[in-house]
Design a protein around this ligand. Sequence first.
Ligand SMILES: Nc1ncnc2c1ncn2[C@@H]1O[C@H](COP(=O)(O)OP(=O)(O)OP(=O)(O)O)[C@@H](O)[C@H]1O
Ligand SMILES: [Mg+2]
Length: 224
Amino acid sequence: MNDMIIRTENAAKSYTTGTVTTHALRGVTLGIPPGSFTCIVGPSGHGKSTLMHLIGGLDRPSEGSVFLDGCEISTLDNSNMAKLRAQKIGFVFQFFNLLQSLTAAENVEIAMMLAGIPEKEQASRALKLLALVGLAEKADAKPSQLSGGQQQRVAIARALANDPAILLMDEPTGNLDSAAEGEILAILRSLHAVGKTIVIVTHNDEIAKTAENIIRVMDGRVLS
Ligand SMILES: Nc1ncnc2c1ncn2[C@@H]1O[C@H](COP(=O)(O)OP(=O)(O)OP(=O)(O)O)[C@@H](O)[C@H]1O
Ligand SMILES: [Mg+2]
């Protein structure tokens, strides 16, 4: 288990709103090997995004532990958690989450600023990453001038800004048509081929079929 790049031990998460407590995750133990292509699947509302937020250090478990590269992240304070996240993890979300007032290139550069990549390297590195996702000619476009698939490719370039070992994606093709989805999948496969650890929450069978690892989440638990 110690050679896993991501690991959880009895990780649980409850949310309390007023008098109602929701047990979103009920004690999950899992390991994700480095360099693997893993899909997290399961019905809506059963805890997939919650699990993703815990393993990405966006949130802390109510109980149990989460380890990233052997380091227990569930006990880090906010600032150390943010630092570790910036170094090791790139996130891609269903709704792209690009900053609308910035160009494609600037959206990628902003992620580099947060991780302290020297300013003079930021612009050239952003262009390289946009070229990698096939968008070199759209570097100066604002998100509103891009298609959904193109916006998602900018989001992937942004996720790669700091050359993270791990890419965590929550329904990255949920809002795309099948052509755009195919393009995104091809990019993910090429990233997997160069050794990135890819973890995707998806409802899409085509993506899940290509995974090396499938984690099935059901009612806050992981089915083995
Ligand atoms: N911030 C929150 N506050 C209260 N309840 C929450 C919160 N986030 C999630 N939940 C609840 O936790 C449960 C799991 O939610 P989660 O978002 O992990 O589901 P999911 O499997 O990602 O679903 P989907 O496929 O629809 O995205 C749901 O019942 C949800 O309503
Ligand atoms: Mg979700």
